[in-house]
Write a protein that binds this ligand. Structure first.
Ligand SMILES: [Mg+2]
Length: 225
């Protein structure tokens, strides 16, 4: 039994900033701020962590009430933006997921910084959600390593038994994806379809490194060998 935990943005899909723009607009309306005083970098981070950075940078407390208000406006904006943007499923993903879905010794889950509802909205829009039965999400944890543990826990709950870290492959487009894989003892496959170059990703020392997943034979060999 092998487990694949997929990141979403920059790995499965590119939403053409539908999510980032919805998040910034939501923060502006929640906080009553027209212009941000900070640059927003989202790659490899969790939604909770990004919200925390935004609120901190503007000297505002991220209370539960503020988070809930931020989240509902962010989700509404994301749902609005997705069909308006020229986003896409990234190269090779549909074929790879279809190939993995045929095997009963491989299970597919999500390991994403997106909040669960955001992951659902994005992957439903791009018709990929049906491939994933469990996941770790960015609702609670600012640190992606904690999301990795949540994804492993969700996998074990889904399967009804414990899994070892070395049964798990984390597939993502940032050094944070590789780091969070190590946090749960998992293998890491990095793919340069996000904002980071292949050379930059190489520095995080993933087990496998791809330009894109159009030719994922090396990963398939590891999963099925
Ligand atoms: Mg990503």
């Amino acid at each position: 039994m092998k487990i694949c935990l997929f990141d979403i943005d920059g790995t499965l899909i590119n939403t053409a900033a539908a999510g980032k723009d919805a998040m910034i607009a939501s923060f502006q309306s929640t906080a009553g701020i027209d212009v941000l005083t900070t640059e927003v970098r989202v790659s490899g981070k969790t939604d909770r962590g990004i919200a925390q950075e935004l609120f901190d940078a503007h000297d505002m407390p991220l209370t539960d009430e503020a988070w809930n208000k931020f989240l509902s406006s962010y989700m509404a904006g994301l749902a609005r933006n997705l069909p308006l943007r020229d986003g896409r499923v990234l190269p090779g993903i549909e074929a790879l997921l279809n190939q993995l879905a045929e095997r009963d010794d491989i299970v597919l889950g999500l390991l994403t910084g997106n909040v669960a509802q955001g992951a659902y909205l994005k992957l439903t829009h791009y018709d990929l959600m049906h491939h994933f039965e469990f996941g770790g999400y960015g609702d609670q944890h600012p640190d992606r390593n904690d999301v990795a543990q949540a994804a492993k826990d969700a996998c074990e709950a889904h399967l009804g038994h414990a899994v070892r870290g070395d049964q798990i492959w984390v597939i993502g487009d940032t050094a944070n994806d590789v780091r969070c894989a190590r946090a749960i003892g998992a293998k890491a496959a990095a793919v340069a379809t996000g904002v980071f170059l292949r050379e930059e990703l190489a520095m995080s020392e993933p087990d496998l490194l791809f330009d894109d997943l159009e030719n994922a034979d090396a990963l398939l060999a590891e999963l099925t060998g």
